[in-house]
Design a protein around this ligand. Structure first.
Ligand SMILES: *Cc1c(COP(=O)(O)O)cnc(C)c1O
Length: 406
């Protein structure tokens, strides 16, 4: 095929998506058809470094051989039983997940939003049955600028107008406090407060890193007031920030840990809410569930995904490469950059308001073979697969430097 005819192919895919898909996203105009490690290829054969990693769902890299092998083996045996029957994959997976996270029990779901909903239900029921909050009075405190998913309950406590507009009425029982303000959190607690739901770094909110001590301080406040500390580590967890979990930076152990994204190794949606028995045992048969949650295919994928993170030392890689890359980004003499921030390989480059939005910078990076996506208008997020080679990251740095200084 000539180059022109494949370019027509790209347009055909864009037209088709425009015509048959709901317009709830605005993707970069690139059509991908192959991936390997930190690299992806488009239908025109162009190669790109994937600096988004599917919002950290591909921490292990595209098509990690070991995860694919586990997936294939399971495809040949058994894929779905529902929870009406047991399967031989869920137990070993959840045992490993509990070992890696240090919790007694896990409740497997599929998407991140479902795991957040699971945590909300768990903590509310714990509030009524263990803490003794009067019926239907339970409150959960959440943070401004949060992102926890897209269900009607979750968007109901978003502070982002666009996430809410047109989707009400919303679930009551949530109270917003400013992110990063431990005093405001403590002041908002009432005898009916059952939980505090927080992202250790806000990802979709623009890679917002709270001041040091915020997690430890709010964790302690929760302990004093009998409030469950619920960490949404769907994006920050599983090595992304240079620790297995971002809460580890402050030696914080949440009461409820929410994981997803990279738990599915870029292959299959796998999520979970984790807690000790005190919380998890509020669930009885019939209280909660999911047709696909804990299915043998997802469990096999999840187990292999965890093994890859641990055995390939991706957490250490993230810490080392991230520290180096962030230092190098900060050293770029750019007239456009307001701030470079993050932890590990979760990095945000905030563009100055007077330099315009981040989107044109992402488009310029795309033209140079780097896929990054703007978040919150002004921020370019760099969060490549954790398996990325240092020389690939060094190459990307050169391209980023060109774009940010031109
Ligand atoms: C992506 C994300 C979610 C939602 O996960 P889905 O799988 O898209 O439902 C929730 N919380 C955080 C912090 C996320 O980054």
């Amino acid at each position: 095929m000539t180059r022109e005819s494949v370019a027509v192919e790209t347009d055909r895919y864009l037209d088709e998506a425009h015509r048959f898909s709901a317009h709830n996203y605005k993707p970069l105009p690139v059509v991908l058809d192959r991936g390997e490690g930190a690299w992806v290829w488009d239908v025109e054969g162009r190669k790109y470094l994937d600096m988004l990693a599917a919002y950290s769902a591909v921490n292990q890299g595209h098509r990690h051989p070991r995860i694919l092998e586990a997936t294939r083996a399971q495809l040949d045996r058994l894929t779905l039983t529902s929870r009406a029957f047991h399967n031989d994959q869920m137990g070993p997976f959840l045992r490993r997940l509990c070992e890696v996270t240090g919790f007694e029990k896990a409740l497997p779901m599929n998407t991140g939003a479902e795991a957040v909903e699971t945590a909300i239900k768990m903590v509310r029921k714990w509030g009524y049955e263990v803490k003794g909050v009067p019926q239907d009075k339970a409150e959960i405190i959440v943070c401004t600028n949060n992102f926890h998913g897209r269900t009607t309950t979750i968007v109901g406590f978003s502070s982002e107008d666009q996430y809410r507009d047109g989707f009400g009425p919303f679930t009551p029982g949530f109270k917003l406090v400013p992110y990063g303000d431990a005093k405001a959190f403590e002041d908002a607690i009432t005898p009916h407060t059952v939980g505090f739901l927080v992202e250790p770094i806000q990802g979709e909110g623009g890679v917002i890193v709270p001041i040091d001590g915020y997690l430890g301080c709010t964790r302690e406040t929760c302990r004093e007031h009998g409030v469950a500390f619920m960490a949404d580590e769907i994006q920050t967890g599983l090595g992304r920030t240079g620790r297995m979990f971002c809460c580890d930076w402050e030696d914080v152990r949440p009461d409820v840990l929410i994981v997803g994204k990279a738990l599915g190794g870029g292959v299959y949606p796998v999520s979970a809410a984790l807690a000790d028995a005190e919380f998890m045992d509020v669930f009885h048969p019939g209280d909660h569930g999911s047709t696909f949650g804990g299915n043998p295919l997802g469990a096999a994928v999840g187990l292999a995904s965890l093994d890859v993170i641990v055995e390939e030392r991706l957490v250490e890689r993230s810490a080392e490469l991230g520290a180096w890359f962030m230092d190098e980004l900060r050293a770029i003499p750019s007239p456009h950059v307001h701030e470079v921030r993050g932890k590990g390989l979760m990095i945000g480059v905030e563009i100055k308001a007077e330099s315009g939005p981040a989107r044109p910078f992402c488009e310029a990076l795309q033209a140079r073979g780097i896929l990054a996506k703007e978040t919150h208008h002004q921020v370019i997020r760099f969060a490549p697969p954790l398996v990325i080679a240092k020389e690939d990251l060094a190459w990307a740095l050169g391209e980023v430097r060109e774009v940010l200084t031109s």
